[in-house]
Design a protein around this ligand. Structure first.
Ligand code: FAD
Length: 399
């Protein structure tokens, strides 16, 4: 990877590597490798402390402009940062949603007051965020959102239910897509509100996932309050803002995750060498294809994302989401096939999964969240390739 770095990028890589080497030691030495997909609850407090330590040294929000507390890192440098972070076995980040989804949305669409109020605590990892989009009747068909909010004096009152809300229990704030124009339908009349989570009107109920952990939750809003000014974009303009956040979620935000894939792939290859599965020509072929997929993804990700780095990404970010999620799900299947029958047995009671079983189970969700593969294909077909739209009945059933 290093051989393609420009001199400036090589210096940046050395700076990141030296800092991580010096700091993932002492009190943080044990933080290496903690957390990750299906292990979001692991050592949360320690990972929070580590991320605040990173913040104090200026290593959070590296891709944000300097005026908002970032480092103004280029896409290439962000890749380098994530590569070195993965190589150093840095713990899974706790403020991914604030740093990669809400922050860029406020930078692009928020007011100066909102930037001043909300960005510094994200950079400092003092406030954590969750994403309040999905509802029991609104997933792929997000325009069917029924949660509503109305202005009462100086605040919004929010009522309704969200579901699958990742990290809601740990979060201080939620960006909520809700209906603010009574009688409105579909994507009209929606707004994008910023709602504090630690208040009486918010009830959070964890949902147990395939991995046995509960990263996501049901969230019930019952007269939850937020200040009238905590709305991004104009009232009724929430669809546009919500789509922009999804563009960030499907785009550069996935870089960190994607570079961790290389470590996972190498782990599966090592497992195949150890168990002798590598001598099976079919598994060997799949390992080779997986490796090629990894390389293609890396090259494509940098190219596509460099092209959309300025401003909010467009529908092209769906290509990257479709490719990495499918690749990762297949890696989970490959890991199970390399393990063979041993993969069917948990290491201990009641549900003590090893890394490969967890990878297999959690990666089933990759092709669902942030818009399922079918939805990404619809977006690519209609909005990137300009193919004919879906029949009217399902036309708006897209995220
Ligand atoms: C691990 C995980 C974390 C998540 N975290 C969050 C979060 O933090 N915040 C949040 O708001 N949401 C979150 N979600 C929810 C996620 O965004 C939704 O699950 C997703 O959008 C799909 O919606 P749904 O589950 O309602 O499925 P449905 O929309 O009911 O879809 C069911 C099936 O029908 C297919 N389908 C639907 N419409 C079409 C169509 N028009 N054309 C072709 N096929 C179609 C889908 O692809 C899918 O296979 C999370 C989900 C998961 C799995």
């Amino acid at each position: 990877m290093t051989e393609n770095d420009s001199p400036a990028d090589r210096a940046f890589r050395a700076e990141v590597r030296d800092w991580l080497e010096a700091n993932l030691s002492g009190e943080f030495a044990h933080a290496r490798g903690l957390g990750g997909p299906g292990r979001e609850h692991e050592a949360f407090e320690e990972r929070l402390a580590w991320e605040r330590h990173m913040a104090a040294a200026g290593w959070t929000c590296v891709g944000w402009p300097e005026e908002y507390g970032g480092r103004g890192a280029t896409v290439e440098q962000q890749v380098i940062f994530h590569e070195e972070y993965a190589l150093a076995d840095g713990p899974a980040r706790v403020n991914h949603i604030g740093e990669n989804l809400l922050g860029p949305t406020i930078i692009a669409f928020g007011t100066d007051e909102q930037r001043a109020r909300f960005l510094p605590p994200i950079v400092a990892v003092e406030e954590l965020w969750c994403q309040g989009y999905s509802e029991p009747g609104a997933g792929s068909d997000l325009a069917n959102v029924q949660t509503r909010a109305e202005l009462r004096g100086g605040h919004w009152a929010v009522d309704g239910q969200k579901v699958w809300t990742s990290l809601a229990l740990e979060s201080d704030w939620c960006f909520v897509v809700c209906r603010t124009e009574p009688g409105s339908a579909r994507h009209r009349g929606l707004s994008y509100l910023l709602v504090p989570m630690k208040q009486d009107g918010v009830d959070i109920r964890p949902i147990v996932q395939l991995t046995g952990t509960s990263e996501f939750n049901e969230v019930f809003f019952d007269g939850a309050r937020t200040d009238a000014g905590n709305i991004v974009g104009a009232p009724g303009d929430g669809w546009k803002i919500a789509m922009a956040t999804l563009g960030f979620e499907r785009g550069v935000a996935t870089l960190g995750q994607q570079v961790g894939f290389r470590r996972e792939f190498e782990g599966v290859a090592e497992l195949a060498r150890r168990t002798g599965a590598i001598d099976d020509p079919l598994l060997r072929d799949r390992l080779t294809r997986s490796y090629m997929g990894l390389e293609i993804m890396r090259l494509n990700a940098v190219r596509t994302m460099a092209g959309i780095a300025a401003g909010a990404p467009g529908p092209e970010s769906s290509i990257s989401k479709l490719v990495w999620s499918t690749w990762h799900r297949e890696l989970g299947e490959l890991a199970m096939d390399v393990l063979g029958a041993a993969g069917l047995v948990a290491d201990g009671a009641p549900y003590d999964l090893n890394d490969w079983q967890r990878l297999f189970l959690f990666s089933r969700s990759d092709t669902i969240y942030a818009g399922s593969n079918e939805i990404q294909r619809n977006i690519i077909a209609e909005r990137v390739l300009g193919l004919p739209r879906e029949p009217a009945a399902s036309r708006e059933a897209r995220r």
